[in-house]
Design a binder for this molecule. Structure first.
Ligand SMILES: [Zn+2]
Length: 307
């Protein structure tokens, strides 16, 4: 039995064929379509048919960057891929390929993958956070993926920490992802550069990215190091809130920013320790993802198998 996982991101669609033992046998990446539903569905069906040449696929799982209703299976909101809004993607794809197709929020799929075969194997209560362009999150509570009343649960990145704060991709203001994310790192850097004329960052060719800022931090640039430390402090506060609210056993952190950020993780863990109850903090490991960048893809395939 094979299961295909598709993870639709803002720039690429990742696809991987998974076997019964949770192993990725084959994977591929293609560019995403964000503004034309017909083309996006064609691209997904082409990928599925391509993988069918490698083996008989039992079910397909699709990770989507948006809120999927557990009641109607419709994607209610998808800020980065607007053509998915108000679409039942799994039904549209199933109509084309005549296979079982399930969809799930991408970070929820990632959380499920870490729970089944990643850093959180054997845990009952964990949060999976992805520090990338935004701050994605999924929760495993009491040994199962937490959906909430209608599937929209676990959107921790949109916890408001400053009602007058920065504008968020979700359209509201002051969400924690506006400071604890790749986008947040770039904005914080721009603010600080106004008062740091000697920073190496002034010499970087545009566009400014979290990765370039990290490289400057590694080269010893003080402003860049301060930005990572500040981002880590916000992220640590977010972790402390999650730890106090849910008494988690583990927080698993993935995402492009985390892949390059020991400064950030160090400052996050220290702040989480200071702000969470000591007893709750002691119960909770904060670790890096084992499956990133494939967690969403793997989780989508596992959900297709298990749901
Ligand atoms: Zn938001």
């Amino acid at each position: 039995m094979y299961y295909l996982g598709l993870d639709i991101g803002g720039t690429t669609i990742k696809a991987g064929l998974i076997n019964e033992a949770n192993r990725v046998l084959e994977s591929r990446k293609v560019p995403t379509v964000i503004d034309d539903l017909g083309s996006l569905i064609s691209k997904l069906t082409e990928l599925i048919r391509d993988f069918q040449k490698s083996g008989s696929i039992d079910a397909v799982g699709i990770g989507v960057p948006g809120l999927r209703s557990t009641k109607t299976h419709v994607i209610a909101t998808s800020p980065n891929i607007p053509c998915l809004t108000n679409i039942n993607l799994e039904a549209s794809v199933a109509d084309q390929v005549h296979l079982k197709v399930v969809s799930e929020n991408d970070a929820n799929a990632g959380a499920y993958a870490e729970f089944i075969c990643g850093a959180g194997t054997g845990m009952q209560h964990l949060a999976y956070l992805t520090l990338g362009t935004g701050l994605g999150s999924g929760l495993i509570l009491n040994g199962s993926l937490y959906a909430g009343a209608s599937g929209y649960g676990g959107e921790f990145g949109h916890t408001v920490i400053d009602p007058n704060g920065r504008l968020c991709a979700c359209g509201r203001q002051g969400c924690v992802e506006t400071v604890a994310s790749g986008t947040g790192i770039v904005t914080t850097t721009r603010e600080r550069l106004k008062i740091a004329p000697h920073s190496l960052l002034n010499e970087i060719a545009p566009p400014l990215t979290a990765e370039k800022i990290y490289e400057a931090a590694v080269r010893g640039d003080e402003t860049a190091r301060e930005v990572f430390a500040e981002t880590g402090r916000w992220f640590g506060l977010a972790c402390a809130n999650l730890i106090n609210l849910l008494n988690l056993e583990m927080i698993v952190i993935g995402g492009g920013v985390m892949a390059s950020g020991e400064v950030l993780l160090g400052s996050a863990i220290e702040i989480a320790r200071q702000h969470a109850f000591a007893s709750s903090f002691a119960d909770c490991q904060i670790v890096q993802s084992r499956l990133w960048p494939d967690a969403g893809m793997i989780g989508a395939a596992l959900l297709a198998r298990d749901r």
